[in-house]
Ligand binder design. Sequence first.
Ligand SMILES: [Zn+2]
Length: 298
Amino acid sequence: MDWYGCATYRLTLGEVVVFLDAYIDRVPGAAGPQPPQRPEDIERADWIVIGHSHFDHLWGAERIAARTGATIIGSHETVRVMEAAGVPLAQLMPVAGGERIELGDGVFVSVYPSLHSCVWSHQGMHAADEVCLGDLFVTHQDRQARFGQLFEFIGSLGEDTKAHLRDSAQGPRGDGHTLVYVFDTPDGTLLYQDTSGHWSGIVANLRPDVAIIAAAGRANIDGEPIQGSLAQFVARQAALLRPKRVILSHHDDWLPGFSIDTDVAPIREELARWLPHCELAEPGYLDGFDIFGGLTKR
Ligand SMILES: [Zn+2]
């Protein structure tokens, strides 16, 4: 597994190459692989699996698909945006949750409905151990208005950021519905999540060996903002999934001024309290991490 920063990963599973999200471009000065990578330079991919249609997940998939011929799996909104960006329909597979897709070489992926973090509830990111309370029962309309203000705030972060927002604007209508994916491979099972939210009744019944859990912003539990910290969200979700290993996503400083370089220590501590036998792995950028290495098979 290679981490491209933010929530973007490349998995090589036997003969099959799968991108998890496709956001590789960065604002100058943002964290990420050095030298900076570009989606148009990716030479090989068979599948691109997209968690939701915001730019920091989807933007770049159109170029990876164009060069590699990969098929994009994502929500109907993701597929609409990619079709508008010129990706042929033959390379687009819309899903909504409930599908099991064969990817080749003994690898399958199952799709589940999920939830986006309550990004409308804050501007900058909170520290992982900061307990956040309130913002309950805010209507959808008020959330939308606050999300609009957030975009104005991000646009005020300087010319580079403004240009980045302009370049990445593919016109998604919201997050397009958030999905999580569970990969079933000959070496183990892997859950992938790209934003901090979940339906607890859904994740409670999944048992991946390894879970990629998103750690950014105010988490969403069953439609309302968590009354607690981000570290508590990660630990709580891990306690429901019971994986042997957790890997974080979205926790680096991918958009300075909005994101932060998240201190992982409180997450590690909280996870140890809820699920003492679970390992928190911290792969670096593009370091070829062995996802299932050292784990005993279930
Ligand atoms: Zn998002």
